[in-house]
Design a protein around this ligand. Sequence first.
Ligand SMILES: *Cc1c(COP(=O)(O)O)cnc(C)c1O
Length: 418
Amino acid sequence: MIQQVDSLNKPCRFDFFMNDLPTFFNHLECGLEGDRYEADVIHGLSKAGKPLLVRYDLDALVRLLDRDELARRPGGLWRYREFLPVRRTENIVSLGEIETPLVSLGENLLVKDESRLPTGSFKARGLCLAVSMAKELGISRVAMPTNGNAGAALAAYASRAGMESFVFCPDDTPEINVREIAAQGAKVWRVNGLINDCGRIVGEGKEPMGWFDFSTLKEPYRIEGKKTMGLELADQMDWKLPDVIFYPTGGGTGLIGMWKAFAELAEIGWIDGKKLPRMVAVQSSGCAPIVRAFEAGERFAGLWENAGATLAAGIRVPVAVGDFLILDAVRESGGFAVAVEEDSIVESWQRIARETGFLLCPEGAATYAAYQKSLENGLVSSDETAVLFNCATGLKYELPPTGEVLDCTRPVDYAGLD
Ligand SMILES: *Cc1c(COP(=O)(O)O)cnc(C)c1O
């Protein structure tokens, strides 16, 4: 009998989304100065011009929520609603964010495959949250500079929410990204400059266009969306984390978000705060401001001049507003920052697909190349559990051409196919 009642009470996806759950969003804090900002009003950067971090009443959260309750819910980022700032269920803007799998790529090596998310990249996590919060706060027009995937996720979630979106891409952004942005309802422009030129256009357009600036970390909620990678990883690994995490680092939202997730989980006692993973920031050697600052012992990273072209466009970010948050997390975790050469990225990308059937994105391949390099120089050992992040589908990138053709009007030379 009891079992029957239990199964009746088990929330199905529909019920779960219909119910308003208690929220614990308390206030925001400047990531650098720690000064407080009120919840439930619109914010951009802090007074110091730095990213704002969301703070929760974690004592209250842990009194009302336990891991068994979470386990009964459907997977995906909304499973962790109490750790997120959206107050009202009606403001959730969703395209079906699933729990992404951990795919094995060898002994002690796992890849968290974020390519399965809506719009084919983990930018969906951040923009799902940011657009939901924009809806909650009554924002109806948003604009963003992008190298591709963030713009696509913004376009999709904004259209889903009935918001107008304006997206500015450097003119060397891959055609597929520009087209997917347009197809998903945004107004999109190619700009004859770099991502920072696009950012300037968004900033200066705020006044005449009345749009809200959705640039990376210039609004507080994308970090919370990316934080769910850390919550989900801990949950999937039975609340024990890997020894080391390799993260392809551009603006660093995901690395900052995961580190924040681990801090929150440790604070409520769901994971052991003394056994957190070493966080490794991976960049391409053509644009590696975080690696340079890490090696120089600096807390802030200067602008990387003349960022070199790389297939791994998602990590080509010459200057990051959250630089100190990335560097703080890497250092606190006992991790490091590493740059990989373009040819090792391309070689890993093609070889892993050919040999294992797993088509990573080039940014994901960069983390693999960095893992190999770190094994070789002894920064990581092969008996440690490592998790790499594959953040977008490999299908968005131009693949090497193939030239084989077969004439079906003539006898096939089967021996020649071998
Ligand atoms: C945006 C992006 C990154 C970098 O993510 P951040 O959290 O902004 O550092 C890495 N890989 C891909 C495929 C991306 O689109």
